[in-house]
Write a protein that binds this ligand. Sequence first.
Ligand code: NAP
Length: 379
Amino acid sequence: MNKIPVGILGATGMVGQQYIALLEGHPWFEVRYLAASPRSAGKQYSDAVFGRWHATGNAAGFSGFSDAVGKLIVQDANDVAKAEAAHKKGDLAFVFSAVALSKDETAKLECDYAAAGIPVVSNNSAHRSDPDVPMLIPEINAAHTGIIPSQQKNHGWDKGFIVVKPNCSIQSYMIPVYALMKAGYAIDKMFITTMQAVSGAGYPGLSSLDLIDNIIPHLAGEEEKSEKEPLKIFGSIEGGEIVSAKKPVISAHCNRVPVVDGHSACVSLQFATGAGSVGTAKPSLEEIASIWRNFKSLPQELQLPMAPEHPIILRKEADRPQPRLDRNNDKAMAVTVGALRPCNLFDIRFTGLSHNTVRGAAGGGILNAELLKAQGFIN
Ligand code: NAP
């Protein structure tokens, strides 16, 4: 099979590098177009990332780039005409977007690519709240891609479109929470405290003097994203837009901690019972464990290469999950949960963990693109 030629905007950054490492040897996609800031444009990729390579690598333990990728000349991501020319020549089918620009600049740039006929699979937050842009965690809301034709119609785009993935930290608990909802247990309230890794802030990120021996209890915008984005993901397509769910009510505390990779979250849940709520009974801890162990949401016949075999891995030990021990579980695409126990304020509490630059960024983006290919949106 001829591989689909893909591009990466922001190819020199933390997330862009992870894309390159993860796509090495990918059965469907081949990296053929790289773009970053004007500072890197014109350089050979190997020179552009020299001294700042941080990707942890793919499931085969590969954490570099091939000679072919190293020799690609980095383009200016703002030069959409250049990408359009590559697209027309058949050298670029779609782009993964991981540029670090302002929200407005990113929003415009991604629209310009879509207007040029190039689908955009984005890691950025600029379009996450657009009601016609699907924000995907394929195990939960693969059907939200059904909004793409409305998005194209709204913008007058022919072949281009934008899909996004959510904030990296919510991926540490969204699938386990959804698994309980799917099993019939509606959730009323969610209280979350995140412990987010430094790689989540990009490179060079925080200075070591700010971070070592320290915890930063404020990450601009993260709490708002953590409280809003799950509701859109749990929402449904109605009248040509994605309408967010009303529940659960979420309160989030987000902290930066001195961990290199892997976002953790302590989560307390209150199930909905009684008048006005959907569910009628609360699951036992044994039932929750069984729901998580048996959760397999993606239709197996899709055979998406980046999909984890076990999207949720439950650890029984009281002191797991831990970032160093659990972030790479199942291609670093699984959410590892543990410390499941009763909660004195709500019903249950647990700790979730996922790899922020893989499941929470590049791996999640690749899984979204695989879903789009399987559904016929990109080819
Ligand atoms: P990063 O390490 O700072 O990399 C930023 C990338 O953007 C670099 O390739 C950089 O190119 C490029 N860039 C900077 N200014 C530019 C400009 N004016 N025009 C075009 N390109 C420009 O950031 P990151 O951590 O990879 O994050 C990238 C995006 O993904 C951000 O929106 C971030 O919020 C999102 N995200 C990150 C994570 C994570 O875990 N890190 C998770 C989810 C989502 P140069 O190297 O040439 O400067």
